[in-house]
Design a protein around this ligand. Structure first.
Ligand code: TYD
Length: 133
């Protein structure tokens, strides 16, 4: 799996003058079973998150509020995505180095993940990641 397996996914959007609604179903809108949800919030200006790759974890990232950039790197090519809509997310397959930054004030980054938290699933050193490709 590489950079070209990662993709922007448009989610269903139920437009309603009382407020819009978006939903996500495992293995329907995103290509994995959701085992965990976490979110980043109160991110200070200029902060960067990520800076790691996952061995087997699949993730789907949404800018629930505000905006931020995600740099993806499969060791051969890099691509940056700007997320700024709560009905559009980025699917990231395993073995992709990612860096998140340029968070807007008040932004919320929600992450759906295919497995529970496991520190052993991380490459936190870029050269270790490259060696395992
Ligand atoms: P990390 O995945 O490095 O955050 P990010 O990629 O958003 O920069 O995790 C930061 C810390 O939080 C680290 O000590 C592990 C812990 N953590 C959990 O305990 N459970 C989780 O589900 C996640 C994502 C992180």
């Amino acid at each position: 799996m590489g950079l070209y397996d990662c993709k922007i996914i448009n989610l269903p959007k139920i437009i309603d003058n009382r407020g819009n609604l978006t939903f996500i179903e495992s293995n329907n809108h995103i290509p994995f079973d959701i085992q965990r949800v976490y979110y980043l919030y109160d991110v200070p200006g200029g902060a960067e998150r990520g800076g790691h790759a996952h061995k087997i974890l699949h993730q789907f990232i949404i800018a629930i509020s505000g905006s931020f950039d995600i740099l993806l790197d499969d060791g051969f090519a890099k691509k940056t995505y700007h997320l700024n809509r709560s009905y559009i997310g980025l699917y990231i397959c395993p073995m992709i180095w990612r860096e998140l930054g340029n968070f807007s004030s008040g932004s919320v980054c929600m992450v759906l993940a295919s497995a529970k938290y496991d520190e052993c699933d991380y490459y936190r050193n870029y050269n270790d990641f490259l060696r395992k490709l």
